[in-house]
Design a protein around this ligand. Structure first.
Ligand code: FMN
Length: 303
């Protein structure tokens, strides 16, 4: 997830309970192939502990997909995922991501360029929504006809953003289409999954190959564990984990690499939660102006 699941957070998650597959934040191939590249490369940073990890890319120009994917193979990514699902207005108005539903010729060229560059060395996957204004099964059918290795389906349309609950029955219908026209393509469902157990139940019920979890990670860094762990983690351990996260952030990013250290405060709701006085401590924590001050607040707290 953009500006959330950087290498630092993924390493924290890998240390708690690792998923079978990680994805990077989405990164724009047109930017990567421009003089502005240095502003984006931090999104492609990963450590060994995060393997297997797919780089997630988006953009407009098939040549830039081709060049970028050749680089991703060399860097050592386990696979590449093309984002054709993001509904954000800023990307859709430029004809990118989920807007490709309405430009299938370009979607096909992008997949073709990506496959050519991957050259069978790494798998190619695509992430989509179920339609633009309304559910349109001709879209997943079109993508499944492109000979890709994996398809992730988010059970909402572009127009719905995240406003309505994800429709798993639509994902199940895509699975039926997959069974008929592309049985070799793995199918992954996505939307509103808040625990591994819930994900496994949905995968079983709808005969899916996998489940992608997004926002659920904001509540529970152990979400990929086989049993519930986070509820039993003590306040002291939660704060220790937050300190570890901040210290790793500090040692990983140089000032300017990733300006957004404020983004670290997004995790306060997860780590500083579930104990008496949490809300007051969170309030104090988010007012701090430096990483050092943030660490001090956590260190000084008597759990
Ligand atoms: C802050 C934020 C950033 C996101 N960034 C990405 C992204 O870079 N790539 C992507 O495929 N999806 C991204 N998503 C969408 C999620 O991956 C996921 O598809 C969506 O939130 C629905 O699944 P969930 O209910 O498990 O979160 C993002 C979502 C949020 C809230």
């Amino acid at each position: 997830m953009d500006d959330v699941t950087d290498t630092v957070f993924r390493q924290i998650i890998a240390g708690c309970a690792k998923p079978n597959l990680f994805f990077t934040e989405f990164v724009n191939v047109d930017g990567l192939q421009s003089p502005g590249k240095s502003k984006l490369v931090h999104k492609l940073k990963f450590s060994k502990q995060e393997q297997p990890i797919f780089a997630q890319i988006w953009g407009k120009n098939p040549d830039n997909y081709y060049k970028t994917v050749q680089e991703l193979v060399k860097i050592g990514f386990a696979g590449v995922d093309i984002n054709m699902g993001c509904p954000d207005k800023s990307v859709v108005k430029n004809g990118c991501c989920s807007a490709l539903i309405n430009n299938r010729e370009l979607a096909q060229e992008i997949i073709e360029a990506t496959k050519r560059a991957a050259d069978g060395q790494i798998p190619v996957s695509v992430k989509i929504r179920t339609g633009f204004d309304q559910v349109d099964f001709s879209w997943p059918e079109f993508i499944l006809n492109q000979g890709i290795d994996m398809l992730t389906v988010h059970g909402r349309t572009t127009k719905e953003m995240s406003k309505l609950p994800a429709r798993w029955q639509d994902i199940a219908k895509v699975r039926q289409i997959r069974d008929k026209i592309a049985p070799q393509t793995l199918l992954v469902g996505n939307g509103d999954v808040l625990s591994r157990q819930q994900g496994e139940q949905l995968a079983k019920q709808h005969k899916l190959d996998g489940i992608m979890i997004g926002r659920g990670i904001f509540n529970d860094p152990y979400i990929f564990a086989k049993k519930d762990i986070w509820l039993d983690v003590s306040t002291k351990e939660k704060l220790e984990l937050y300190k570890k996260h901040i210290k790793l952030f500090k040692s990983t990013w140089q000032p300017g690499d990733r300006q957004n250290f404020e983004g670290l405060k997004k995790f306060a709701k997860m780590y500083i939660n579930g104990f008496k006085g949490a809300s007051k401590l969170r309030g104090e924590f988010v007012r701090q102006q430096t990483l050092g001050e943030m660490l001090k607040i956590l260190k000084d707290y008597q759990a």
